[in-house]
Ligand binder design. Structure first.
Ligand code: AHR
Length: 512
């Protein structure tokens, strides 16, 4: 008898060690589309993002480039299917005067980047350089207008310069500067963080300013079809969203922004690579707070806009840590570990699941700054774990969100808990169903059972991103330490999938 009990316990041991989670995929209940613009990026004049990042100058003989922009970055971003790229900031945007960045490069005035290290910039990367870069990578530009220190005239001129065919001094100037056809830029930010670096305004004051700027960006009926984004709330400032939705006429408002970063503690961010489990847990707690933030900002927007015409635009998100030792503290250059892959996977799942309202988002920043997808060092370039998650997940772009019922276990640390598994699912235009799963638990494997409703699958394949430790990262010496691999941990039987998720892993499954 004793032996029997012992053998039974032994047989059950693997299941006892595996945490159990249950999902139901409702493949017949899809209603909303996951806009590809949720996969947007952000190129700010900050540290080595533009200068010595994207832009290495036309006369650079060591680093292959196209009109001064690194060719390896162009290729990497094309593969990523970047849908839109926000520029030139960030805080920088409200100090930027676009007219200083057009025309012959040797005649452009220089400027001081006051927010980011007080460095002098020569304006050699300007409007033409950015918009041509967007064309090369196939991304829509998202121009962030200067409200804080600019003028209504300046922003209105920028719209004419880049969008109008001909017939104005602005269009003549563009043609003289070498560009015949307009670029037709649709997405425009009207100031950035105007509650802080963009002017320290109160929401009521900004709502009025917004109305003025937005009026002169278009004609009576917005025949340019601009998508104007109001500078939005800092994290949980719900009153900000309330005032904007109440005080700005909805025919002049296409999007309201929201910024939310993930960190250990704002005043004590800690190393990007050498962090404890406690620091990891705290970072994931702030990252997962995105669920509460988009839910609550959306609820306020629903009150004023039940038809959901105005988008919630999460145009800054990502992990924020201490800079890499020995680098300029104002340049915000940080490494990117598997922790960042966890942030990327869970955040994108949250944004997918709120795609009825969240229709644009931008991870900060593309190259050499916060949660970057690309890091460079001289001639070397590497792709971060965040890049790989965004590449694996891009199957969801413009796909139909398929609702999931989710019952998952906890990742516990001390007396605190977070949901261990995050998930989202969609069906693409070719009918393929994809399910994205993240196990944020650094030590426990998660067994996930997915009941498939409304779809009959014949097979399943997948890709996985993981590594031995959550602190692992790709370095210039070992750039491919973390990269996607084929995944064989999913078994399909009848209408049920059994998926085994290793600790700290991101998996994307495709049903056949
Ligand atoms: O991403 C760095 C900075 O964070 C941005 O410039 C600003 O908008 C935010 O505060």
């Amino acid at each position: 008898m004793k032996k029997l009990v012992y053998l039974t316990v032994l047989a059950l041991l693997p299941t006892l060690l595996l945490a159990q989670n249950r999902l139901t995929l409702n493949a017949d209940l899809g209603r909303d589309t996951i806009s590809r613009h949720i996969y947007g990026h952000f190129a700010e004049h900050l540290g080595r993002c533009i200068y010595d990042g994207f832009y290495v100058r036309e006369n650079n003989t060591k680093i292959p480039n196209t009109d001064g922009v690194r060719t390896d970055i162009i290729e990497a971003l094309k593969k990523l299917k970047v849908p839109n790229l926000r520029w030139p900031g960030g805080c920088f945007a409200d100090t930027y005067h676009w007219k200083d960045g057009v025309g012959p490069k040797d005649k452009r005035p220089s400027m001081v980047n006051v927010w980011w290290g007080g460095v002098t910039e020569d304006n050699s990367f300007g409007t033409h350089d950015f918009l041509n870069l967007c064309e090369r990578i196939g991304a829509e530009p998202y121009l962030a207008g200067n409200v804080g220190s600019g003028t209504v005239q300046e922003l209105s001129d920028w719209v004419k310069y880049v969008n109008h065919e001909s017939g104005s001094p602005m269009t003549d100037q563009r043609k003289t500067n070498g560009r015949e056809k307009p670029w037709n830029v649709k997405i425009w930010g009207v100031g950035n963080e105007v509650w802080g670096c963009g002017g320290n305004m109160k929401p009521e004051y900004y709502a009025n300013i917004y109305r003025q700027y937005a009026t002169f960006m278009t004609d009576w009926v917005n025949s340019d079809k601009l998508f104007r984004v109001a500078s939005g709330a800092n994290v949980a400032d719900y009153n900000w969203t309330e005032v904007l939705m109440r005080d700005i006429p909805h025919q002049m408002l296409e999007g309201v922004a929201l910024h939310h970063y993930s960190f250990v503690e704002w005043e004590k961010k800690g190393s990007a690579t050498a962090f404890s489990e406690e620091q990891y847990f705290k970072t994931m707690k702030t990252a997962l707070r995105m669920e509460e933030l988009v839910t609550r900002h959306s609820t306020i927007m629903d009150k004023y806009d039940p038809g959901k015409k105005i988008a919630l635009v999460v145009d800054e998100w990502g992990g924020w840590y201490d800079v890499e030792p020995g680098t300029n503290p104002a340049f915000l250059y940080q490494q990117n570990t598997l922790r960042d892959a966890m942030i990327a996977g869970t955040t994108l799942n949250i944004l997918h699941n709120h795609c009825d309202r969240v229709r644009v988002a931008n991870i900060a920043q593309t190259v050499n700054v916060l949660q970057s997808v690309v890091l460079t060092s001289g001639e070397k370039m590497l792709l971060t774990p965040t890049y790989h998650v965004m590449e694996m997940y891009n199957v969801h772009q413009d796909a139909l969100l398929l609702p999931l019922d989710v019952h998952v276990g906890d990742y516990a640390f001390g007396d605190q808990k977070l949901p261990a598994v995050s998930a989202s699912a969609s069906r693409d235009k070719a009918g393929r169903v994809h399910i994205s799963l993240v196990n944020i638990d650094p030590s426990r494997t998660q067994e996930v059972t997915v009941s498939l409703r409304g779809v009959s699958a014949k097979g399943v394949s997948g890709r996985i991103l993981t590594s031995g430790k959550v602190q692992d990262y790709n370095s210039f010496d070992e750039p491919n330490k973390i990269k996607p691999a084929e995944y064989k941990g999913a078994v399909l039987k009848n209408d049920e999938l059994k998926v085994t998720l290793p600790p700290v892993s991101v998996v994307v499954l495709e049903l056949k």
